[in-house]
Write a protein that binds this ligand. Sequence first.
Ligand SMILES: Nc1ccccc1-c1cnco1
Length: 239
Amino acid sequence: MRIDVVTIFPEYLDPLRAALLGRAIERGLIEIGVRDLRDWTQDVHRAVDDAPYGGGPGMVMKPQIWGPALDEVCGDKTRLVVPTPAGRPFTQAMAHEFAAEEHLVFACGRYEGIDQRVIDDAARRMPVDEVSIGDYVLVGGEAAVLVMVEAVVRLLPGVLGNKLSAEQDSFSDGLLEGPSYTRPEVWRELAVPDVLRSGNHALVDRWRRDQALERTARRRPELIDRLPEGSLDKHDLRL
Ligand SMILES: Nc1ccccc1-c1cnco1
């Protein structure tokens, strides 16, 4: 997979070359390019934004800059992802979809966003997803790209060591993870639940499932309603 990010703050994406993702690049599992949008500006001030038609606060990013940038960076196998607070919610399912793509391009908007015609024009020749990572306001799309790239790249074959399976993690069964514990058995007078030291794997599995269901019902009840038909067995339903 190749990933390209177009941004006016390329240094913001430096963490993509650290740790797990950095090792995936070194191992040739992914290629990552970060491009400075200002490289496509023509004026001495390297302006990338202008006042919004219709008035109002903030600035809008110029189509005459974004257009040529995406023409050059995107290819015939590109899926364009545009982080925006007005986007569809980013989910694990979307991460899996993106992980199956050959080429992802992330367009990082700042200010009040990118002129809509940039997205509309791109959608004439490639799949375009306007995506939100949550209901809060960021200054730009760069932090959202770091989140999405991590969620996507960890799903690629070979990226996670075999001891960490992407499939067994949170959200793979639609529930939140329950609590986790490690040594010591007692810490600041707080003990590890006895069942986890019982050695009875069936009991441990049951306890973990119960904890995940209770936590999900308490913190994210809407996820329970979204579980596929038949996900909950009679033991689950006794809770
Ligand atoms: N707030 C933002 C501002 C600019 C670009 C993306 C966002 C965003 C993405 N997901 C939530 O917010």
